[in-house]
Ligand binder design. Structure first.
Ligand code: CS2
Ligand code: MG
Length: 406
């Protein structure tokens, strides 16, 4: 099966998505997600200008060889742009191989290890009361695992907190002309977070998994304090408590708390994960298909994690396209050391552009059983939503304006 053409499709049905479509001489096509939120066109150019010419004429079945050709062959390895581009090719090739075999992708990985995939949703509110209502509303929808984030008294805008009354989109509007700036105070946040989880746990009872994302904003000792203060509420995980570049920071966190720790949505390769996994400094690894080199590389990360009793918890925010979600769900159904999968529903516009076989049912998802990863693109519809420059916000310290982690 020879690759005859490959194209990058950029569209913005509410937010930007970059999709690679590979065509073959057998008439089969494969799709891969290449979306890197806020830096979308860098990956589109990497693919169109540098990768696509090398794909034409290659054997689409040689997934492993193509991966190494793009990783080692480029000399400039790793990094989010490179690894998202490689992921798109890899995902499209797995899609093609599974279509050629007439099987859903999870069958090629080794078959299903479970009947369905546990997912967690986002419940967020402007204050504690609103967040509790959102948690209870998601519980009604059947979610057994719920991430709770809330506005913080004294802070105008907080990441992950959407106020539908203000017309907020999840995370950031796709038409933001320049990054919006938020004010941050660690002191206010650290006072507030334990109060939030006290209220949520009381309202929802013991039988729900609760999760929280600190979004890299704390120093190691602040992260340790938060993890310890949250212990009575028995979190499923505390995510990105402190920036992940330095594994030693996680040692300090570990020494102070038994709250399970998740990290890795910004990781791109095994090398980012290696120290944290081997030293058992984290419990869940959040790398996912699009930003960590595709199915081929994510599988290697998961295998290393398995021997250290670290489980997977793939990133699944709405800036990852349905193509990534579909591929991730096949991976999740197979991977032996599965933990949980993040799930934020896409908008109706996005779902219409990317028809898919995966489905949600009362807190669980399934990738479906059509050959391939089960996600397609309606190109005519996609063309109606042209790219719009969009940025993630930035954070500054409230007291003096110093730029801080977002
Ligand atoms: C977040 C993400 O889902 C999460 O856990 O941290 O929404 C993240 O901020 C975005 O995906 C960044 O693009
Ligand atoms: Mg996160």
């Amino acid at each position: 099966m020879k690759i005859t053409a490959a194209r990058v499709i950029v569209c913005s049905p509410g937010r930007n998505f970059v999709t690679l479509k590979i065509e073959t001489d057998q008439g089969l096509t494969g799709l891969g997600d290449a979306t890197l939120n806020g830096r979308e066109l860098a990956v589109a150019s990497y693919l169109t200008d540098h990768v696509v010419p090398c794909l034409i004429g290659r054997d689409a079945h040689r997934i492993e060889d193509t991966w190494h050709y793009l990783y080692r062959g480029a000399y400039w390895r790793r990094g989010p742009v490179t690894m998202s581009a490689i992921a798109a090719v890899d995902t499209a090739l797995w899609d093609l191989k599974a279509k050629a075999a007439g099987m859903p992708l999870y069958q090629l990985l080794g078959g299903a290890s479970r009947e369905r995939v546990l997912v967690y949703c986002h419940a967020n509110g402007r204050d504690i009361e609103h967040t509790v209502d959102e948690v209870l509303r998601h519980r009604e929808l059947g979610y057994e695992a719920i991430r709770a984030q809330s506005g913080v008294p004294g802070l105008d805008k907080v990441y992950g907190v959407v106020d539908p009354d203000k017309g907020d989109q999840p995370y950031e509007p796709a038409d933001a002309d320049l990054p919006s700036e938020h004010a941050w105070s660690t002191e206010k946040y650290l006072r507030h977070a334990p109060r939030l989880f006290d209220a949520v746990r009381r309202a929802v009872g013991d039988d729900v998994h609760l999760l929280h994302d600190a979004h890299h904003r704390l120093t190691p000792i602040e992260a340790a304090r938060l993890a310890r203060d949250l212990e009575p509420f028995r979190l499923f995980w505390l995510e990105d408590a402190t920036p992940a570049e330095n594994p030693d920071a996680f040692r300090l966190l570990r020494q102070h708390s038994t709250t399970p720790i998740a990290v890795g949505e910004v990781f791109n390769t095994l090398w980012d994960c290696k120290g944290l996994i081997e030293q058992q400094l984290v419990d869940y690894i959040r790398a996912t298909v699009v930003h960590a080199g595709g199915i081929t590389h994510l599988r290697r990360i998961a295998d290393l994690a398995a021997i250290h009793q670290v489980r997977t918890g793939c990133h699944g925010a709405t800036d990852l396209s349905p193509v990534c979600m579909g591929a991730a769900l096949h991976f999740d159904l197979w991977v032996p050391n599965f933990g949980i999968q993040e799930h934020m529903p896409h908008t109706a516009e996005t779902d219409a552009v990317f028809p898919h076989a995966y489905r949600f049912e009362r807190g669980y998802m399934h990738p479906g059983d059509v050959p391939g990863h089960g996600v397609e693109i309606d190109e005519a519809l996609a063309a109606k939503y042209p790219y719009r420059r969009a940025y993630l916000p930035v954070n500054r310290q409230q007291h003096d304006g110093t730029l801080w982690h977002w």
